[in-house]
Design a protein around this ligand. Structure first.
Ligand SMILES: NC(=O)c1ccc[n+]([C@@H]2O[C@H](COP(=O)([O-])OP(=O)(O)OC[C@H]3O[C@@H](n4cnc5c(N)ncnc54)[C@H](O)[C@@H]3O)[C@@H](O)[C@H]2O)c1
Length: 249
């Protein structure tokens, strides 16, 4: 297990996969800069990290990733407070009305909301991160199995996540010359508030075919993110790692 000594920025850190990633990286010695739109849950995560890992350096800010100026000022402050930026996990995301509406029934505002957070938000983050990172840095963003495969009634979510895969490949192609790696992950059903919301709207989600027949745990996904951010994956870039209990097998 690598110990970090790196500064890692994490969006979506107040819940689910982001929360688990913040805890894991802090416990391994990273300085973490946490962002989320939910102020109180974000403060609670900071307190719990300070309790479980008293030595951890933690900075946090309420940020809406859909707003480029908020992302830029959070990352400027991160560099100032924590002395640099060596990695980023772009995990903020929303489900929108996924599982509920066909394309023919979708309203503009639903489409725009999901695209603004999931795709524009990841673009805002990757751009601002690349502007502040140096040689050897690493970026990981959350796509989804829905970024690799289409699901009925999930067009906005699925399209936004396909976009994250495309953005990842482009960024990796552009930045390899300075040894900055850019990857994404494609989780299947992971046991977080998001999947609970999806399952209550569409109970058949819990019936999807899996080789390992249970939901994944956010801590299991955090370990993959940690690997991709670490110097144990120095030849891996432009890839999208499924972590889905064999759903895509
Ligand atoms: N849970 C799953 O089954 C699953 C599967 C595939 C992909 N994913 C993806 O993984 C990522 C994390 O999902 P999760 O399951 O931990 O979800 P979650 O809902 O538990 O956490 C997502 C976090 O993102 C934050 N967020 C939402 N909009 C934001 C915005 N505009 N700016 C900043 N923060 C914002 C939320 O407040 C929340 O804390 C998401 O991108 C999601 O699409 C999750």
């Amino acid at each position: 297990m690598e110990r970090y000594g790196k500064v890692i920025a994490i969006t979506g850190a107040a819940s689910g996969i982001g929360l688990a990633t913040a805890h894991l990286l802090a416990s391994r010695g990273a300085s973490v800069s946490l962002a989320d739109v939910q102020a109180d849950p974000l403060s609670a995560v900071v307190s719990s990290i300070q309790k479980s890992t008293p030595k951890a350096r933690v900075y946090h800010k309420v940020v809406n990733v859909a707003k480029p100026e908020e992302v830029a000022s959070w990352l400027d402050e991160t560099v100032k407070q924590l002395d640099g930026l060596h990695g980023a996990a772009n995990l903020a995301g929303v489900l929108g009305a996924a599982g509920l509406k066909k394309i023919s029934e979708m309203e503009d505002k639903e489409w725009d909301f999901v695209m603004d957070v999931n795709l524009r938000g990841v673009f805002n983050c990757i751009r601002a991160e690349l502007q502040r990172m140096g040689e050897g840095s690493s970026i990981v963003s959350a796509a989804s199995v829905a970024g690799l495969k289409g699901y009925a009634k999930g067009a906005a979510y699925s399209t936004s996540k396909h976009g994250v895969v495309g953005l990842t490949k482009c960024a990796a192609s552009e930045e390899g010359y300075r040894n900055i790696r850019v990857n994404c992950i494609a989780p299947g059903p992971i046991d977080t508030p998001m999947i609970n919301k999806a399952a209550s709207a569409t109970p058949s989600i819990d019936g999807i075919k899996l080789a390992i027949n249970r939901r994944g745990r956010p801590e299991e996904v955090a370990k993959l993110i940690a690997f991709l951010l670490s110097d144990e994956s120095t030849y891996t870039t432009g890839s999208c790692y499924t972590i889905d209990g064999g759903h895509m097998a």
